[in-house]
Design a protein around this ligand. Structure first.
Ligand code: ADP
Length: 435
C-alpha cells in the first residue's frame, strides 16, 4: 500500500508528464519536451533531498525548516522529527536516572568506586574522595596504583571476592577498612569500602576486657583454692564440713578451668598467628596427649590407639596444637562410657594431612553439629558441667585450626560415637620418607 506522500509524488509526476506531452505534441517536439520535463522533475527532487539532508544533519534542531518539504519528503521529515524528539526525551530521562543514582551513592557513608573492564577507575562517590583523597587526574588510572596496600592489591587482582578483605588504611593511622568487591556487567567491578575502625575498637575492648577479667580472677581463685585445700587436709575439720569444702573445691576447679580456657582463647585472639611456629612432629604430640588422656580415664578403662602415617610434621605452634588435639581427645574420653575406644589416626595425602579423633561414645545429634564450636554451646548442659566441661573446648580447637589454615570436620551418629577430623593443608605438612 503506497503512502499518502508517495501517491502525491506520483500524481505530480503524472501531471508533469501529461503537461509535457501536451506541450510537446502541440510544438511538434514530443520526446524532447518529455525529456526536459523529466529533467526538471529530477532536479526538483534533488533540491528536496538536499534540504532534507541538511535538516537531518543538524539533528539537534527539532523544528522543521521554514521551507515546507511537502509530499513524501515532508512525511520522512515528520518521522525523523518524531524519532529525534523521542531520543531527546529518553536522553533526559536517563540523565535524570544517572544523576539520581549518583546523588544516592554520594549520600552513602560507605565509599563506592566504579572500576571499568580494564581495571581503571571510572567514578567515585564523596565518601571515597574523603577516604582515599582521589584527584580528578586519578580517573582512568589503575585503582591498585592509588591504594597501594599490598594485601589489597593481591586481593583485588586475585579476583576471589567471596570474603571481604579487612585491612588497615595507609592514608590514616589507626583506621581499619573493609573492602567488598562486586563484579558486574562485562568485567566491571564495584568496590565498596567501609570504615570499620569503631567495630574493631569495640572488638578490641571486648577482648581486652575478657583477658583482663580472666587474669584478675586467677590470683584470688588460686588463694581461695589454697586455703580450702589446707582446710580439707586439716585433721581438726569436722566431717560435716568436709563434704561442703569438697564441693567448694570442685567449684573452684571448675572456675579455674574456665578462667584458663578464657585466657587461652583471648591469647589465641590477640597473639600474632605466625608467632613461635616450627615443625611439630605429630607422633610425639599424639603420644604425649594419649598419656595425659590415660590419666584422665584411670577409672573408666578406655582403650586408646594411635595409627596411620608416621613421621609427619605440622608447621605450627606446638602449644596450640597440643591444646587443640588434647581437647578433642579429652572430649572423646569424657563423652564415652567405660571401656570405650578412642582412636587417633593420621592420614597424609597430597592435598592435606588429616588428624582424626574417633570415639565409640554418646554421639551427637546432627542438629547440634553446626553450632557445637560456638562458645559455651553445650549439647547437654548438666552432663557437660558434671564432667567438668567449660563449653569452650571446641571453640579453642576451631580457633587453633584457623590459625593453622586448617578445618575441623565433625561426623557423628547418636549412640554410636563421633569422629572429629582436623584437616591441615599440604603447605603446613612435611612427611619423612619411611626408613
Ligand atoms: P565442654 O567443655 O562442655 O566439653 P566443648 O566445647 O569441648 O565443651 O564441647 C561442646 C559440646 O559438644 C559438649 O558440651 C558436648 O555436648 C559435645 N561434645 C564434644 N565432644 C564430644 C564427643 N566426643 N562426643 C559427644 N559429644 C561431644
Amino acid at each position: 500500500m503506497l503512502s499518502r506522500g508517495l501517491k502525491e509524488e506520483l500524481r505530480w509526476l503524472g501531471f508533469t508528464l501529461v503537461c509535457a506531452a501536451f506541450i510537446g505534441y502541440s510544438l511538434g517536439a514530443f520526446w524532447p519536451s518529455i525529456a526536459i520535463a523529466m529533467l526538471g522533475f529530477v532536479l526538483w527532487m534533488f533540491r528536496k533531498i538536499a534540504l532534507l539532508e541538511k535538516w537531518v544533519a543538524n539533528a539537534r534542531r527539532l523544528d522543521p525548516p521554514s521551507d515546507d518539504f511537502g509530499s513524501i519528503w515532508g512525511e520522512i521529515a515528520d518521522d525523523v522529527r518524531l524519532l529525534n524528539k523521542r531520543y531527546q526525551k529518553d536522553k533526559l530521562r536517563l540523565q535524570a536516572v544517572v544523576t539520581r543514582v549518583q546523588e544516592m551513592t554520594s549520600a552513602l557513608t560507605d565509599a563506592v568506586i566504579l572500576i571499568d573492564n580494564r581495571a581503571n577507575i571510572e567514578w567515585w562517590n564523596r565518601a571515597a574522595l574523603q577516604l582515599f583523597n582521589f584527584k580528578d587526574i586519578d580517573r582512568g588510572h589503575k585503582l591498585a596504583n592509588i591504594i597501594r596496600q599490598p594485601r589489597f592489591v593481591s586481593y583485588f587482582e586475585n579476583q576471589e571476592y567471596n570474603q571481604p578483605l579487612e585491612t588497615h588504611s595507609l592514608h590514616k593511622e589507626g583506621q581499619h577498612l573493609e573492602f567488598h568487591v562486586h563484579p558486574f556487567g562485562h568485567g566491571e567491578r564495584l568496590v565498596v569500602v567501609r570504615d570499620i575502625t569503631r567495630v574493631k575498637r569495640l572488638e578490641q575492648m571486648r577482648k581486652d576486657f575478657v583477658s583482663n577479667v580472666s587474669h584478675e580472677l586467677r590470683t584470688p581463685l588460686t588463694v581461695v583454692k589454697g586455703y580450702i585445700e589446707t582446710l580439707t587436709d586439716s585433721p581438726d575439720m569436722k566431717p560435716t564440713w568436709q563434704a561442703a569444702l569438697n564441693q567448694v573445691l570442685k567449684q573452684c576447679d571448675r572456675m579455674s578451668a574456665l578462667v584458663n580456657d578464657l585466657i587461652t582463647l583471648s591469647r589465641l585472639e590477640t597473639e600474632e598467628s605466625q608467632s613461635k611456629q616450627h615443625a611439630v612432629p605429630l607422633s610425639t604430640l599424639l603420644d604425649s596427649i594419649v598419656a595425659d588422656a590415660k590419666e584422665l580415664s584411670t577409672h573408666d578403662n578406655h582403650q586408646f590407639s594411635v595409627s596411620g602415617d608416621q613421621g609427619v610434621t605440622i608447621l605450627g605452634n606446638d602449644r596450640e596444637l597440643h591444646s587443640a588435639i588434647s581437647n578433642l581427645v579429652f572430649n572423646a574420653v569424657k563423652y564415652s562410657p567405660e571401656g570405650g575406644k578412642v582412636s587417633l589416626t593420621v592420614r597424609n595425602t597430597i592435598q592435606e594431612c588429616i588428624v582424626s579423633v574417633a570415639d565409640t561414645g554418646l554421639g551427637i545429634n546432627p542438629k547440634h553439629i553446626p553450632r557445637i564450636t560456638e562458645r559455651f554451646y553445650r549439647v547437654d548442659e548438666s552432663r557437660s558441667s558434671e564432667l567438668g566441661g567449660t563449653g569452650l573446648g571446641l571453640a579453642i580447637v576451631k580457633h587453633v585450626l584457623m590459625r593453622h589454615d586448617a578445618d575441623l570436620k565433625i561426623q557423628s551418629r547418636l549412640g554410636y560415637g563421633s569422629t572429629f577430623s582436623c584437616h591441615f593443608p599440604s603447605h603446613r605438612v612435611t612427611a619423612e620418607k619411611a626408613a
